[in-house]
Design a protein around this ligand. Structure first.
Ligand code: PLP
Length: 395
């Protein structure tokens, strides 16, 4: 065991992470290197946050330039990178107002606070948020309540009240759950951590219609699906709907911690004193996110996610034809998953890691692909070659 791993095991609470047993020390584009100099193709990419790959020159440049000017101010003053980023996000989403924070969970917390205030103002005090089973919205207490995974909730009861989980892609269940106390529905347009579950277009359209009919807010969690990953800048565009509130994070910062929630004019009901954040929208991270988002749009990375994503999908379907153990390939753009007929997700991720491909296992039987949006078909070919060899070893 390496010195670093020994120290890590000594000092850290064991939350079951570090499953791949690798210590990364450097990254460039879609590649990363460990402390022994071994090279990996990184299809985890900071859990989908490194949208431009590791250490992209435009990120280095934005960090360098902004770190010479102003790193942190406070919400008592105006700062320019934050305003520029707000303008980009608002003009690209069609929403009206924004609040910046530091992580996806925090963005969702803010969105739920906003929905509760809206409930107080417009829905007779309704406060309940309905979310989906198998969803993932973050690890704060309220987001554990919103995240429809009993195993994440059980150790932490009693959870904050005001959350209900219903099956995903089941409009009847959702409709039945809506009551007098409901103020909002919170969904991922495509469930990421839950195994990359893509609903049919009709589902999200029906959810939108249900919200309109009952006067509820539709909150879309685009923390993982946003910023081009699924082939459109925002995944909801691919489903022909628009949310009232949207949360973003991960890929927005290209690796630096920044997130936000946006709302349409009516839903944006926060007033003075309702919310705050010391680091939210700090000039350093906002400057990087502005550079990342401009790059994503200028270089048409959503288009690359479509092109390379469909090539990747085809190659994965090829593996499915070749190997009986591959049950299903699913996803959209560069958010893809492969499900097996047996519980081999962790073994597959480890076998791929040994061969130089970093993959995110979703045990028991699914692996998730969320490579940087800049990957090429050659990167896909290499990943598929490694996957093929790993399946051959493990099946
Ligand atoms: N929402 C979704 C859809 C996510 O995938 C994640 C993280 O995986 C989160 C929220 C939480 O984000 P963070 O880990 O930045 O709090």
């Amino acid at each position: 065991m390496s010195h670093w791993i020994e120290l890590d095991k000594r000092y850290f609470m064991d939350t079951g992470h570090r499953r791949l047993g690798v210590t990364l020390v450097r990254g460039e584009g879609a590649r990363a290197w460990d402390d022994a100099g071994k090279e990996y193709l990184d299809f985890i990419a900071g859990w989908a946050a490194c949208s431009l790959g590791h250490c992209h020159p435009i990120i280095q440049e934005a960090l360098r330039e902004q770190s010479k000017r102003l790193i942190l101010a406070s919400l008592d003053v105006y700062t320019i990178p934050q305003i520029e980023l707000a303008e980009l996000l608002i003009s690209s989403s069609g929403l009206a107002k924004i609040f910046f924070c530091n992580s996806g969970a925090e963005a969702n917390e803010g969105a739920v606070k906003l929905a509760r205030k809206y409930g107080k103002l417009h829905l007779n005090g309704a406060y309940e948020v309905i979310s989906a089973l198998k969803s993932f919205h973050g690890r704060t207490l309220a987001m554990v309540a919103a995240t429809g995974k009993p195993e994440y909730q059980a150790p932490f009861t009693p959870l904050p009240e005001g959350f209900r989980n219903v099956p995903y892609n089941d409009i009847a269940a959702l409709r039945a759950a809506v009551g007098e106390r409901t103020c909002a529905i919170l969904l991922e347009p495509i469930q990421g951590e839950g195994g990359v579950n893509v609903p049919p277009e009709t589902y999200l359209k029906e959810v939108r219609a249900l919200c309109d009919e009952r006067g509820l807010l539709l909150i879309l969690d685009e923390v993982q699906t946003g910023c081009g990953r699924t082939g459109t800048l925002w995944a909801y565009e691919g489903f022909g709907i628009r949310p009232d509130i949207m949360t973003v994070g991960k890929g927005l910062g290209g690796g630096v911690p920044i997130a936000a929630f946006l709302a349409n004019e009516q839903a944006a009901c926060f007033g003075p004193g309702d919310h705050g954040s010391t680091y939210g929208g700090n000039p350093l991270c906002a400057a990087v996110a502005g550079a990342v988002l401009r790059f994503i749009m200028k270089e048409d990375l959503p288009g690359n996610a479509v092109r390379v994503g469909s090539y990747f999908r085809e190659r994965l379907l090829g593996l499915q034809e070749e190997w009986d153990i591959v049950k299903e390939v699913r996803g959209r753009g560069l958010l893809l998953a492969m499900e097996f007929t047996k519980p081999i997700a962790l073994a597959m991720a480890k076998a791929c890691c040994e061969r130089g491909l970093l993959l995110n296992p979703i045990p028991p039987q699914t692996i998730r692909f969320m490579p940087p949006l800049i990957i090429s078909p050659q990167d896909v070919d290499r990943a598929v070659m490694i996957l093929d060899a790993a399946i051959r070893q493990i099946k």
